[in-house]
Design a protein around this ligand. Sequence first.
Ligand SMILES: Cc1ncc(COP(=O)(O)O)c(C=O)c1O
Length: 421
Amino acid sequence: MRYPSKLGREELEELISLWDMSPENRRKIHAVLAAEKDLRGPHLFRYYGSKPSKVAEAEKLFGEFIGVKHTLAVNSCTSALVAAFRALGIGMGDEVIVPAYTFFATASTVAACNAIPVMADVDDTLTLDPKDVERRITKRTRAIAVVHMRGAPGQMDEIMKIARKHKLAVVEDVAQACGGSYRGKMLGAIGTIGCFSFDFYKILNCGEGGFVTTDDEWLYTRATSWHDTAACWRPDRYAAERREGELFCGENYRMSELQGAVALAQIRKADRFLKGYRTSRDRILGALRLPDGIALRRLADPEGDTGLCIIFYMPDVERTKRALKALKAEGVPAGGIYDAQIKDWHIYTHWEHVLDLKSVARDGLPWTGVPRAELPRYSKTMCPKALDYLSRAITIDVNWAYTAGDCKRIAAGLNKVLRAL
Ligand SMILES: Cc1ncc(COP(=O)(O)O)c(C=O)c1O
C-alpha cells in the first residue's frame, strides 16, 4: 500500500518562503508546485527512509573533510560535547579542564554530565595555556577540553603531550574553527574526539546542528548510543551487550533530514567559505600597519587559522576603549571582548552557574559529587591572564564575502585610528 505523505506542497512552500527571491520567481515556483500531481513529501527521520539519508551522506562527507574514521551528526555542538563526554565515560566526581575563555557550553556540558568543570587560564593565543592546564590537573581529572577559539587552533602539541603524560582524553571543541588545522592536521582529528557546531553563526551552518568526530570506533559506538536514547543503533539493535559499556540510558540528539540536507550542501561549500575568509584576512593584514606597542594575537599555527577574525592587543584598557569608539565612528567592524560591566557568556567571570555552584535539582550535583573541600577554588580572579588579554583585545570580524575594496577600507580605518592613538 502507498499511503499519502503527511508532508506535501504546504511544507515545501513554507521552506521556500525562508529563501529571499523575486516575487516573479516565487509565483513561478508556486505555479509549478500547484501543477505537480505526484508531489510526495520526504521521510525526514534519518533512519528507515527508502532513499539514502542526507544525514548519513553529510556524516560521510564531513568525515572525509576532517579526515577521521567515524563521524556522528547531532543537533548541536552542545549535544556533541555531552555525547563526547558521555562516550568517554565522564560522570560524577570527574573533572574536565576547560578554558576560561570559551562559549559557556564547553563548561556547562561538563556539569550537565555531573562532572566538575575546572577553568584554566588562556595565554596570548586566547586558547588554553598549557602551563596552567598542567597546574590544574588533580587525581580526578579525566579530560582536557581544548577550544579552538575564534577561528584559530589551540596549542595541540603541548596539550597532547600533557594529556599523554597524565593519561587524559582530549576533547576538541571546534565549534568556532571548522576547517582550521594544526601542523597539517585538521582540527577535530587530533584529540581523542572532536565536537563541531553547525548553528547559524558558525563557519558552516544548518540552523542548528553539530558533529562528533573520532578515530576510535568504541567511542563512536557509545556516542551514537547516547545520541539515540537507549543504545538503539547498533548492528543488531536488540542483541545483548557485546561488550560492557555498550548499553546505557541516553538522550535524543538526532539530526533530522532537514538539517542534514542543508549541512550536506554547506560541507560541499566549505572550501569556498574558507578561501573567502582567508583571502579577506590576508588583504586586511597586508594593508595593516600596527604601531609599536600593539600586538597581533599569537597563532599556535598561522597556516591553520580559518581567518574568521583578526585580533590584536592594545597596550592598556583605556586605549582599548578609545580605539573601539574611534573604530566604530570609522565604520570598522571592530569589537571589544571583555568588559567586566557587560555580561557575556564567553568569559568565565560571568559563569555564575559555576562560580556560585548552581544545581538543577535538590541533589546539588555536580558540586556534591566530590567532597566540598576538594572542589576547585572558583573565583572571578582565578584566571588573571585571560582577563588581562581579553580586556585589551580588539577583534575585527572578517567576512568570507568581503571585496578587495571592503578590506582596503577596513585596513585604512584601522591604520588611521591606531596611528592617532
Ligand atoms: C566554543 C563553542 N562551543 C560550543 C558551542 C555550542 O554550539 P551549539 O550552539 O551548536 O550548541 C558554541 C556556540 O556558540 C561555541 O562557540
